[in-house]
Design a protein around this ligand. Structure first.
Ligand code: NAD
Length: 336
């Protein structure tokens, strides 16, 4: 039995985590769930969006599955998601994008896994106002790229490629313009690529990458990039296979990992039994792979694909079904 911290989160969080834990149990996953709270609900109950007990549980067990958290605009509390990534140095954000049966998309045959550096680049929040003589507004932001952090994420991408029998790693940068920051990222990538002779290495400038992803996404296998480019390209990749509602995500560091759905808490559909649990379910499959319960993940994946073939009957309205959270959950359980 593996201890996993379960944070249902806000809004539809309880409904989709219920569905996911039911399916994992049906499939025989060996998990002991330790339920903890975080987000708006935790804030309303305890005055803290990230209670000390939750941090202690995460510290002890190191693996978590997290539903969406509401971040009220202008409430003064910082994003718990960002706080967790920083606290546990979850430097790899991993987003697979794989074509699914019966999910509408003009693109078929997509199967890529995008690694986004999660702690540096332009997203470190170092911004400042610069005083101008004419009182015109002027703001500046700093991007940070270090050799050490670049090495970690790029190595994580190559190691993933080896473990999962992938053939190619594409590094995305803008080293022709941002010669120092993304230039360093590229330099580290070229150095690491030499250690992995069996994996093809390619580097692409980000604007070309965006075009190629739309023209011929099937050419990409494992992709690794910096924080800002990764933020944009990972959503683009999800868009190629049906959007954020059907793609899983993981945040992984050296000694902790958090698996989560990328969509939000969907306040407009709470309690209506129409929340789609697929994104969180796919994240939980990444978690099962991470904790060496790969066969169980594969069995669930097959059961979901089978359920998708009869999408109209069993799946939720957001992907064109006429079913509910419950009918989807039951159908996946039956197909296992
Ligand atoms: P949202 O993703 O919650 O909702 C956008 C639209 O997508 C809504 O119409 C919603 O009903 C639909 N939707 C989202 N998930 C769905 C699902 N699983 N099944 C069916 N439909 C689904 O985005 P938002 O409305 O911009 O944000 C709401 C709250 O969520 C905000 O407080 C925001 O801060 C938070 N949020 C959290 C995360 C996270 O925890 N990772 C991510 C994004 C937004």
């Amino acid at each position: 039995m593996k201890n996993v911290v379960l944070i249902p989160g806000d809004g539809i969080g309880a409904e989709i985590t219920n569905s996911v834990t039911t399916i994992l149990e049906e499939a025989g996953a060996e998990i002991n769930w330790i339920e903890c709270s975080a987000g708006l609900k935790a804030y309303e109950e305890t005055g803290n969006p990230l209670p000390e007990e939750t941090i202690e549980a995460l510290d002890e067990h190191r693996i978590s599955l997290k539903g969406p958290l509401t971040t009220p605009v202008g409430s003064g509390f910082r994003s718990v998601n960002v706080a967790l990534r920083q606290k546990f140095n979850l430097y790899s954000n991993i987003r697979p994008a794989r074509t699914l049966p019966s999910i509408d998309s003009p693109f078929r045959g997509v199967d890529m896994v995008l690694f986004r550096e999660n702690t540096q680049g332009l997203y470190i929040g170092k911004e400042e106002w610069i005083e101008e003589a004419d009182n015109k507004k002027h703001a500046e932001a700093i991007a940070v790229v270090t050799e050490e952090a670049s090495e970690k994420i790029i190595r994580a991408a190559f190691e993933y490629a080896v473990k999962n029998e992938r053939k190619k790693v594409t590094l995305v940068h803008k080293a022709n313009i941002l010669k120092l920051t993304t230039g360093l990222f590229l330099e580290v990538g070229r150095k690491i690529a030499k250690e992995y002779k069996d994996i093809e290495f390619q580097d692409l400038i980000v604007d070309n990458m965006a075009m190629q992803m739309v023209l011929r996404p099937q050419q990409f296998d494992v992709v690794v990039t910096t924080n800002l480019f990764g933020d944009i390209l990972s959503d683009l990749a999800s868009g190629l296979v049906g959007g954020l509602g059907v793609t899983g995500a993981a945040n992984i560091g050296d000694d902790a990992a958090m698996f989560e759905a990328v969509h939000g808490s969907a306040p407009d559909i709470v309690g209506k039994n129409v929340a789609n649990p697929m994104a969180l379910l796919f994240s939980s499959l990444m978690m099962l792979e991470h904790i060496d319960q790969k066969q169980i993940a594969e069995n669930i994946r097959k059961a979901v694909y089978k359920t998708l073939v009869e999408k109209k009957v069993y799946c939720t309205p957001d992907i064109g079904g006429e079913g509910t959270t419950s009918t989807f959950t039951q159908a996946v359980c039956d197909n296992i």
